[in-house]
Design a protein around this ligand. Sequence first.
Ligand SMILES: [Zn+2]
Length: 571
Amino acid sequence: MSYLVLARKYRPQTFESVIGQEHVTQTLTNSILSKRVAHAILFTGPRGTGKTTIARILAKAMNCAENKKGPVSTPCNLCRSCREITKGNATDVFEIDGASNNSVDQVRELRENIKYMPAQSSYKIYIIDEVHMLSTAAFNALLKTLEEPPPHVMFMFATTEPHKIPITILSRCQRHDLRRISLTSVSNHMASLCALEKTEIANESLEMIAREGGGSLRDSLSLLDQIISCSEGAITHEEILNILGIIDRKIIFEISGAIIQGEISEILNIIDEIYSKGHDLKKLYYDLTEHFRNLLILKMGGNTIHLVDVPGNEIDLMQIQVKEISETFLHQILNLMFKDEVVIKHSTQPRLSLEMTFIKMFRVKPALSMDLLIEKIDALRKDVDPSNKLLKTPDNNNQNRTAAQTKIQNTLSETRGSYVPIQPDNHTDVSKPDESHTYEKEPENTSMNNFETPDQAWEQIFKIISKKHPSLAAFMEETAVKSLTGNTVELNITGNSFQVDMIKRKKNIDLLTGICSEFFGKSIELKINTIVQDNVNNNDNGKLESEAINHPLVEDTIEIFNGKIIDIKTL
Ligand SMILES: [Zn+2]
């Protein structure tokens, strides 16, 4: 008995059994129920996602003989019309391949044919696949029919490239866009087919097949066909890797891990192994690019996890990988990979090109994030500057401090600046843990009116910023207060775009709002005006270099570590 491929054997025969296109099948079901089915329908979407399958189900639904009064939302699949459509020999349903029937003569013939009533069913239905392949003349001939369609005729077009269809045709069709099917949907569907076929394949392997299928159910199923036909009974993951000649996902994690750890020899060994097994190195490169793209999306956080179409266990592994690296590092790696993509694509020696790219990657050091750097430098400065020690927030271990110590600290603080409050000396009970806050807390009654000019208030606020967040203050040297009114502090931020961007980061705005609110003893709203002063005369590299040299972080680093600049590299 001949083997019937899975895609045909299990082709969905009702809207409910179509995988991953509920948004289309539900709309069609609704339009059938409300008797508002369009006479020309266009199905678009990637290959193997169900365009012609849905068109055939719709054809059945329109012509099913089960209901004498008209179309049904679920075809019976038993009547003559349904059975004929399943077999592909229905008298009133014409499946035309647009790629090979694309001439104007063929469309004219079709127009002649349309005039006659359907032989047995309610509708004469034309399903034109790859409709974008029609010639311009053929489209024009078709247009006449679409403008005044006979009531007994329906057109269903399918295409992967809707942008190639003339707008005059598009505007006369009801369009349904099919989606790439998610990896999980494809692998779940294959798992159910394996159960029906009594074939044992691990989920991990099915996920890998689905990934190779690239969101196309048909492609995934033909890979599954290939595997089933090559083996009997339970099939191991290793066997599947061999049959399909694909690279194990573990390798992608091993290489990316080695890039993150900077272990270049490990990467070169892996490439050697993959190369000697005869795998496609270009494919490896694309998989790796996608992997780093996914890592970046996970690193960015927020509600983006649905954009990473990989199995749950891989997401967990990726979360571990991204913990160790910064967003900047991922950006740099991806930039490099995109830059070298063309080189690798056209290289006659992909192995050599790949090695060169990885060696370049090795030079991208996993940079710490800017926020983390700033925190570290602030911590360093506080440690280095002894005068800051007493202004540190008392930590919880410090509860044994005596009132006397507190008093000394108050006195010391008092001499350091008028904005440091003196705590009322009523904590004489030594047995109680002292919880008074002697650090930079502002007097409750600081009012906006207490200052002759807004600048005076700003001067004091700026001192607090300088002490608490020296790096932020470094960006704000040019910042001035514009006005203090009610609960609003309006600031004019001046600086280059980098400085302005840094100050305007949400984290910094929150810090500033907190400091101002504490200073004035009420909830303050910040209003920010920005004045960007970029030096536009320099060329890009020169500008980058001067920005790098003058960057406050670089200055801080040089100062703290007593270093000097040896070289500046543009990445
Ligand atoms: Zn039927």
